[in-house]
Design a protein around this ligand. Structure first.
Ligand SMILES: [Zn+2]
Length: 144
């Protein structure tokens, strides 16, 4: 059933290996940089550049191997990685749902309320605010 594509598997590990070598080259630059500060010699910028190129190339090679492995349904590291990412993706989906429900909540808050605007009548004597339909001031008792 499970056809193991050796080429893809090897491609994946070559990619990882290339990336590791590139990373080590990149890191070693900082050590050579520190030592160059003591010897006052300009450090070589070639190793870190090669290192970055190797990291990029390595990740590219590894992804080619990974896609092949995923297609064959073989349980390899990238397949496991995708399985590990599954809860993350589901959580992301949950987060989106939360955002949508929040938008709904905001919509409810900003919805025009049925509350009527209350009109108040100001008393000419004392200035107290009375209801529109009030005949007498609730504060001083004067006729409005
Ligand atoms: Zn009044």
């Amino acid at each position: 059933m499970s056809k193991i594509s050796k080429e893809r598997k090897i491609t994946y590990y070559i990619g990882i290996g290339t990336g590791v070598v590139g990373f080590l080259l990149f890191i070693s630059f900082f050590f050579s940089f520190v030592s160059s500060m003591r010897t006052f010699e300009p450090p070589s910028f070639l190793p870190p550049v090669i290192g970055i190129v190797l990291i990029i190339a390595g990740s590219f090679i590894a992804s080619i191997g990974a896609h092949g492995a995923a297609g064959s349904g073989l349980v390899l590291d990238p397949e496991q990685a995708r399985e590990d990412l599954k809860p993350f993706n589901e959580a992301k989906g949950g987060m989106i749902n939360d955002v949508i429900s929040n938008i709904d909540a905001i919509g409810n808050i900003t919805k025009p309320q049925d509350q009527k605007e209350v009109i108040k009548v100001k008393c000419r004597e004392c200035g107290a605010l009375n209801d529109e339909d009030a005949k007498f001031c609730k504060s001083c008792g004067k006729e409005l």
